[in-house]
Design a protein around this ligand. Sequence first.
Ligand code: ZN
Length: 316
Amino acid sequence: MERKFASQADLADKKISFVKLGNSAYAYTAEGDPNTGIVIGDDGVMVIDTQATPVMAQDVIRRIREVTDKPITHVVLSHYHAVRVLGASAYGARCTIASQGTWDLIMERGEADMKSEIERFPRLFRSAESIPGLTWPNIVFKDEMTVWMGKLEVKIMHLGRGHTKGDTVVWLPGQKVLFSGDLVEYAATPYTGDAYLQDWPKTLERLRALQPEKLVPGRGDALVTPSQVEAGLRGTQDFITRMFESVRTGAQAGKPLRDVYRDTYAKLKPEFGHWVIFDHCMPFDVSRAYDEATRYPDPRIWTAQRDKEMWQALEG
Ligand SMILES: [Zn+2]
């Protein structure tokens, strides 16, 4: 049976939740679609990941306006993926913050990624014509920076490579709330097409060491107790580790990518097949894992054309 490319068959709307996580934090989640985090400081609002288009971002702004009339002053990009960053212009924030690694990836592959992701996710890129172009950060940090939003301390940190080489988390140390971006997913399949699979579990250890009490993952419900947070970290770590091990074993045995894909899909399906976007992610995930296990230490650029060729080779 041939599966439809990426998320092109996924056209049903999701139910949106806007969950309060404490005095200063909210999570905008949608049953496994990309999440947005919100931090409300004394004098302004920070948005973490923007949604895919300015039109889609309007719904986030509407929710923010139900709880505060403070100006939206900061946008943080957890990483460079189009589906998270191209709605940024809607917020009119004076500060758009990203890591150096994310800046480098926008420079190198932002255009290719935009074209590729618009075709992968037609539902999430509704009103794609409202995108004014790539989102360029105007504040770039290397490892860590602190934003004081009045008396509220907000740490913005790159704790290592994982989902991409620029992954950024936002941490409220006073309230132990963490916004992880796609480094952590909950009941949603991690996308690893641009990942560093051998680094990712180590980076998750650094997230765990912060001892977050609440965590907003990149996809899936907000995790609001320490045991839920641990379930999110553990689930993501298990998926990454088992997927990469399966691919590495096959690659080292000299099997071609298509066989390794079939084996790995069958191995992971019983445990993880019910997670959203499993069928979308697996061909990309196994392709990158095979690259990393063989001869490509850095992820190769996905283009709309390479996407389709890979899909045809593995699923056709
Ligand atoms: Zn991503």
